[in-house]
Design a protein around this ligand. Structure first.
Ligand SMILES: [Zn+2]
Ligand SMILES: [Zn+2]
Ligand SMILES: [Zn+2]
Length: 378
């Protein structure tokens, strides 16, 4: 069933989805990656949202860093492996005059790092930074020092030219020796819990539950995911250029749909049904799967196929009988569509207009919306 979610893509922009019959892919998102704003009543891509961090912590030592706004890694000696991102075990060895050296060993792979002998106590991250003496890191330091030293009152263009000259000079000088880079223990990245808001109306689209601090479980307080509100649209091939368009209703109420598929010079379509009603979704999962997606691999799916198809179980679709493959289920519909195009793969734009009966939800009692969905037909 997962291909239903990835096959169904939604065009998230206020502008028209076509530019000379080409769909602008920058605004095209899989419906599984979208939110649904209960106030704007439209699907929202991540770029149409903003977030606020509700909690920020290190998942290794559990220190709370929520108030440290600019901190993104743990400063409490938690390090991860630069090869495999697993945690590093840290141990130390004593040397003469109270000096020490530190060993970092990956708990998963063979990565191992040993610091030189340190005479004065200092944070591990400073010790590691001082170890970064390979040619690549030295070059990076030179460039950042040069940037820091640049007079900020200079015009940006002049500064940029100076920096570019410096970088090219360095790389010419370094051409003789191979720039090598070593791998050092990396400070562990912090884990964040975020609330996500609609950029147009500031409504909360997603909020985590932060009941235990630190919040180690992924419990959710609010979530408006598009796949829970908008019909899943997918296509399945019948024969040659004849396909089925499948619509599945994820809601617990009836949905009234009106679809429009515009023809263009590259692609003409013929479809008989453009207005239809989908029933509420059932808890009996097998009943909610369009026949095109039922397989004979499990006994439950096979018996449902026999129940639905009976004597027509092994009927092959032909150019004459394809209308018989029109089918309506409990919360879904499969409509035959003829797609005429010279292209092997067609991106079919479908304008979807929908309303639903009253929803049993506090913040979202009714959906009335329209949007563009793009389905790939092969
Ligand atoms: Zn909104
Ligand atoms: Zn930590
Ligand atoms: Zn490792």
């Amino acid at each position: 069933m997962s291909n239903i979610y990835t096959n169904s893509r939604v065009y998230c922009s206020s502008s028209k989805p076509f530019n000379k019959n080409q769909v602008d892919k920058n605004y095209l998102f899989s419906s599984i990656d979208l939110f649904f704003c209960p106030k704007c009543l439209s699907p929202k891509a991540l770029y149409q949202t903003y977030f606020e961090i509700v909690y920020k912590f290190c998942s290794n030592c559990l220190t709370d860093f929520t108030r440290s706004k600019d901190q993104h890694t743990c400063s409490k000696n938690c390090f991860i492996c630069p090869e495999c991102s697993s945690n590093l075990e840290i141990s130390f060895e004593n040397h003469n005059n109270n000096s020490k050296s530190f060993n970092f060993k990956c708990v998963y792979c063979k990565y191992y790092f040993k610091t030189p002998i340190i005479n004065k106590p200092k944070p591990l991250i400073s010790i590691i930074n001082e170890c970064k003496t390979d040619p690549f890191n030295v070059l990076c330091h030179k460039i950042s020092d040069e940037l820091r030293d640049t007079n900020m009152s200079e015009k940006l263009s002049e500064r940029a030219i100076k920096n570019l000259q410096f970088i090219s000079k360095e790389s010419i000088e370094d051409k003789k020796e191979q720039i090598t880079t070593a791998k050092y223990p990396m400070p562990k990245k912090l884990t964040t819990k975020k609330s996500i808001f609609c950029m147009s109306c500031r409504t909360v689209l997603f909020a985590p539950i932060v009941e235990n601090v630190p919040p180690l479980t992924n419990k959710v307080l609010i979530k408006y995911n598009a796949v829970d509100y908008l019909p899943h649209i997918s296509s399945s091939k019948l024969i040659d250029n004849i396909h089925l368009l499948n619509f599945i209703n994820p809601l617990k109420t009836k949905v009234y749909l009106e679809i429009l598929i515009p023809n263009n010079e590259n692609c003409k379509t013929e479809i008989t049904t453009t207005e239809f009603i989908l029933g509420p979704k059932s808890s009996n999962i097998v009943k909610t799967i369009p026949t095109a997606y039922l397989t004979e691999s499990t006994s439950q799916s096979k018996s449902e196929l026999i129940l639905r198809k009976g004597g027509k179980m092994y009927q092959e679709p032909t150019v004459d009988n394809y209308h018989e493959f029109f089918e309506k289920g409990i919360n879904w519909i499969s409509i035959p569509i003829v797609v005429s195009s010279d292209e092997k793969e067609v991106e079919l734009p479908i304008h979807v207009k929908l309303t639903c009966d009253e929803l049993p939800e506090k913040e979202l009692t009714k959906i009335e919306t329209s949007y563009w969905s793009i389905i790939v037909i092969r």
